[in-house]
Ligand binder design. Structure first.
Ligand SMILES: [Zn+2]
Length: 312
């Protein structure tokens, strides 16, 4: 038997308990929407719920992992589980229409049909309208399990048709969880940054990317001091799969370390760089990162000069 505590994060306990209660009273909602930051475990949570709702011997919203439904689910072949992949792309109307048509047919296992759509903010307007139609007239025994990020733009009419859970990640809670999981982040600011993305911290801790991130920060400080050249920092950033995450970190760092005017300048530089970067290729990428870093350093040092002057 799957158990919540061994699988999940403490911040998901509130929505789990509420849904479990509804399940026990036979009133599980036809649409659930979990809203929270990226890397907070939303998708894994929806999948867990999906398996439990499909399980033939589930107890207290936990799946048995042994029945025919669970085995089919775990093999990725459950015909009553309809999911859109969690990928960084838009969701078009055809995908939603295909799901809407499938849920009108009888379920294969005679039980529930579960639709999982991660990050509904990715839907086009047409896709959103198509989903809304299904949510307005949900076929019996169909449950929609949806997620969205904090800042997603989603039709209010969709929001109003779902039982919605807002995940609240508290630094104190995630920090305690980091310790429990053996995820060691010494720097308080880095810990605060990752406390919004605990699942990423966990993945990075397992893949050693966390120590790479920590050594980048030492290099970054060394670079600001003039001990490391710009090309080295640019090469490192270019080698990262998730350059966006590093840029977000620099914004976070600027937000905490810089004064208002510098913060705004750095924000602008990062956004300008991001919009340019998507258009450049090959050698120009290196040039683009180098130019960005040179400007960034000037802005960053500007704050230093100002604070030096303030101390005189
Ligand atoms: Zn089962």
């Amino acid at each position: 038997m799957n158990t919540f505590s061994s699988t999940f994060y403490p911040w998901l306990k509130t929505p789990f308990d509420a849904l479990n209660q509804q399940q026990q009273s036979g009133k599980f909602p036809h649409a659930v929407l979990v809203c929270g930051p990226a890397y907070s475990g939303k998708q894994a949570f929806l999948k867990y719920l999906a398996q439990a709702l499909l399980c033939q011997h589930s107890a207290a919203l936990h799946s048995c992992e042994q029945c025919h439904s669970c085995l089919t689910f775990e093999a990725g072949a459950h015909p009553d589980f309809l999911a859109i992949q969690d990928q960084d792309r838009t969701i078009g109307v055809d995908e939603i229409r295909m799901i809407s048509e499938k849920i009108l047919t009888t379920s294969h296992f005679g039980g529930a049909r579960i639709v999982v759509i991660p990050d509904i903010g990715r839907m086009t307007i047409a896709a959103s309208n198509a989903l809304l139609k299904s949510l307005e007239e949900p076929p019996g025994n169909t449950c929609f399990l949806l997620s969205m990020s904090d800042k997603a733009n989603v039709l209010p009419t969709i929001l109003s048709r779902c039982l919605r859970f807002e995940l609240r990640l508290k630094t104190s809670e995630t920090t305690a969880w980091f310790m429990q999981e053996g995820i060691f982040i010494e720097d308080a600011l880095q810990r605060q940054f990752f406390s919004r993305m605990p699942r990423l911290a966990q993945q990075w801790s397992q893949s050693k990317q966390l120590s790479l991130f920590q050594s980048f920060n030492e290099s970054f400080d060394g670079w600001l001091e003039g001990n490391i050249n710009t090309e080295q920092i640019a090469d490192f950033l270019l080698a990262q799969d998730d350059l966006n995450l590093y840029l977000n970190w620099l914004l976070f760092l600027a937000y905490h370390r810089q004064d208002v005017s510098q913060k705004e300048l750095i924000h602008q530089q990062v956004y300008d760089f991001l919009s340019d970067y998507g258009r450049v290729l090959g050698q120009n990428m290196q040039l683009s990162v180098n130019n960005f870093l040179i400007k960034l350093k000037q802005s960053w040092k500007g704050e230093k000069c100002a604070s030096d002057r303030a101390h005189l």
